[in-house]
Design a protein around this ligand. Structure first.
Ligand code: IPD
Length: 263
């Protein structure tokens, strides 16, 4: 039986409480109870409600920790020695909005120059991914390891695809074309935090995306690392928490992807 640390317990409690509100709203969206016109506002409200629940729970438990959240304007100094929660109340908002059951609550704890704990909760499947520095990565009580494939040819790689108003579409097409000819399969699931959790769980062999926000990837970074993998910048010199450009997998897969994505 796993013993959860105090921080993981606090993060899990906050995520579970927010999940109740999120699942209620997801039920409404699934049953098409929300008019198309009102959908955006409804989803924004779901996001804000969930974030408020998480913020309330975490600040009650740790009165002096800071916050960086999707639905807010707080900024952190990434080298700050304070403790900072990094939160995405609903990652995969577009899936959530359209009744697609692939979204998650993502909460990470940042300290010094790194993430020291993270939880990613997929409330539809009741999948709790969590990791803590030096303790390992887990799905519920089961220890996670990244896949050990040495080459891309049998691998399945998740990716993010730029969309209206976001990212360099031509460059993306060039990279996707180069990767698709070398792998067994590509997948675009639509929630970067869960994509990284899938890498940690060995469900996919790798992941890349450009231009993400820190709350999309912070918890996923520690999950992949604690599962024995790498979750680093597409360019080795960049910090994904700052640039939002990230590649993840085991060391071989990451190096293969980096070769292509830096060409
Ligand atoms: C989005 C998801 C998606 C990624 C987008 C993100 P959000 O986060 O993680 O997979 O491709 O770039 O913005 O907006 O649903 O929290």
């Amino acid at each position: 039986m796993i013993r959860y640390s105090a921080n993981i317990t606090i993060m899990m409690t906050a995520a579970r409480k927010a999940a109740r509100s999120i699942l209620r709203d997801f039920g409404e969206l699934e049953k098409l109870q929300v008019s198309i016109k009102g959908q955006n506002d409804f989803v924004t409200m779901s996001d804000i409600k969930a974030q408020e629940i998480i913020h309330y729970e975490l600040s009650r438990a740790r009165t002096d920790y800071g916050f960086l959240m999707e639905e807010g304007k707080n900024q952190i100094n990434i080298n700050d020695n304070d403790y900072t929660w990094i939160i995405d109340p609903i990652d995969g908002t577009l899936n959530f909005m359209n009744g697609i059951p692939y979204f998650a609550i993502s909460i990470a704890l940042h300290h010094g120059d790194k993430i020291i704990a993270g939880v990613i909760y997929d409330p539809v499947h009741n999948d709790f991914y969590w990791a803590e520095e030096g303790i390992g990565a887990y799905l519920n009580d089961q220890r996670l390891r990244v896949k050990s494939k040495k080459t891309l040819d049998k691998s399945i790689i998740a990716l993010g695809i730029p969309f209206l108003g976001r990212g360099d579409h031509q460059q993306h097409i060039k990279f996707q074309k180069a990767v698709m000819s070398k792998v067994a399969g590509l997948r675009r699931f639509g929630a970067a935090s869960l994509d990284l959790a899938f890498v940690a769980a060995g469900r996919v062999d790798g992941f890349w995306e450009f231009g993400l926000s820190p709350w999309d990837i912070a918890a996923g970074i520690i999950l992949v690392k604690e599962a024995g993998g790498l979750a680093i910048g597409i360019d080795n010199k960049e910090d994904p928490l700052i640039t939002g450009n990230i590649v993840a997998g085991n060391v071989n897969i990451v190096q293969e992807l980096q070769k292509i994505l830096n060409a």
